[in-house]
Write a protein that binds this ligand. Sequence first.
Ligand code: GLA
Length: 701
Amino acid sequence: MSRKESLPSIALWRHFDGIAYGGDYNPEQWPVDVRLEDLDLMKEAGVTFLSVGIFSWALLEPREGEYDFRWLDEVLDNLSAAGIKVALATATAAPPPWLVHKHPEILPVTAEGTVLGPGSRRHYSPSSAVYRRYATGITRVLAERYKEHPALALWHVDNELGCHVSDFYGDEDAAAFRRWLERRYGTIEAVNRAWGTAFWSQNYASFEEILPPRVAPFTLNPGQQLDFKRFSSWALMDFYRALVAVLREVTPHIPATTNLMASSATKSLDYFDWAQDLDVIANDHYLVAADPESQVELAFSADLTRGIAGGDPWILMEHSTSAVNWQPRNRPKLPGEMLRNSLAHVARGADAVMFFQWRQSYAGSEKFHSAMVPHGGRDTRVWREVVELGSALKRLAPVRGSRVESRVAIVFDYEAWWASELDSHPSQDVKYLDLLRSFHRSLFLRGVSVDFVHPSASLDAYDLVLVCTLYNVSDESAGNIAAAASRGATVLVSYFSGIVDEHDHVRLGGYPGAFRDLLGIKIEEFHPLLAGEQLKLSDGGTASIWSEHVHVVGGVHIVEHVHIVERVHGGDGDDAGSGAGSGTAEVLATFTEYPLDGVPALTRREVGNGTAWYLATCPDVDSLGALVDRLLSESGVSPVAASDQGVELTRRRREDGKSFVFAINHSRTDASVSVSGMELISGTRFGGTVAAGAVAVVAED
Ligand code: GLA
């Protein structure tokens, strides 16, 4: 059953006629007259959904056991009367001063042993038993008080779990890590095997001897580091589960979620794992002002969020109307940019568009962060755009519940992100996201939709599957990828994939052990490039970062500089990948420079009904684009529509077959897009042109 069909999720979406609209609402920062004005302004903007009470614990419970709900009662009653639904927070993202004063042991500890103090937010360890007791306590009090409140539509559990600090190294965290290891491995011998502790005299006699990977004289055990990453992601999720257990008990009819931070910046949390526990996926996204292509990173984040949601509609829980306050230089959004950003999220599957925050604070750290109601009030560009967006979202009601169509999958795995970037590797320049994002960008520019899919998930829906830097992979996932090729997909695997198993143990017999059979190649030795070094390829392209000594298995490979002809025999028997076909890989491009001149850089092998390509280096932008064109043509995948350059394109389709093309013109000139139908925002027939900087949503004929 998809999440969309689960009962709590249905309960949420049926509150809204169209795309839900609103933001974080912090009324506790304002006097009552401003709160009343808020209601009028919310009506003007078309607000339907607000997150309330995220950082309000110290006001709700000013002293232990003494509660003051007057302002929250008033706010929820008024919002409900105004027809606005609320994602009520558990208020646990910032422990109140009295709690820290009484129990300083809840505070987070870094790898260096530094205790992070109060005075900011998120100053607790998720493994602290004391903090859990208090956090589940306030959660229960809130749930009991508001369980029947008509405004309550969703629980907003904590806030951005793992933001600021995601790994915790205190003694209580160490104890929780040990318990987690015991559950995972059962015996200390199994831990020793998994971590390869025969190396450097690290063999443990008991679980009690194990510590988190705190700062040490030199590089730490990679197995320990990888498991600590897994544990840290789990520990935050386990804290979420503890709060949700209370909510399920008191309000089983109300769905629960927490706002994720899926983007190129959040590495430490395995959101594919987390997704199992969220009734609906919610994500926060902020543009990087210094990024000249911030719309591409936005698309990456939104596509990743949709992947985490398994394709179901999701909530954009926060983004900004204009500038943020936490980057080095906080540029405001350009006119129209907010609408483009918001609708780009909708184009990629969001059914709710929300901001941090409703009204811009006049005090505190975030007073220079933009909001829906700016310091300047109603007579501002931001407010006019907020009202315009509200009315556009209302007109997009027919889109709600539809799903984004994609025939291309990029395999995405947080564990591979962690493991591929551990220390002591052949090159520090191999970054998990680099090639993956280059492919995504190239497809974005071509108007081709991409789904991010976990390596263990079904790949049946895809004609093109890209596997980038999947350094660690299980036998099952490697088999899943190989099966996609046998079934008929075009599968491309890049360098530094399939090298180790899930314990970070090298798959012996020649790289890439997990994909050797599938690809029909064998890598003898890595040749990472020096900083800035570029290689020429035989097809005229250039490449950087990586090269390697690839042999085609069973084929003839001429290594010219030593004037030998060698034949490599493969099939050592311990491979995980299933090479369903029997073809020999053809070499499509080679390295051209000593000592790898003539060595394959790009190969392709027919496998069953599909193909398996191997890319042994990191091509420049144009070479990658040319490769993408070849892959698209072989897999028969075409863009959403023909258009001029600079137009972002996606298609969402409803279960009844009705489809909607989103065309977002990021350029400064009008652009043509060949789709026909009614344009929903204007309510007129689409004339084939999207004005400079504008957005068209076309309900296709
Ligand atoms: C995060 C938090 C919000 C706010 C914004 C500012 O997303 O969840 O409370 O601090 O950042 O961008």
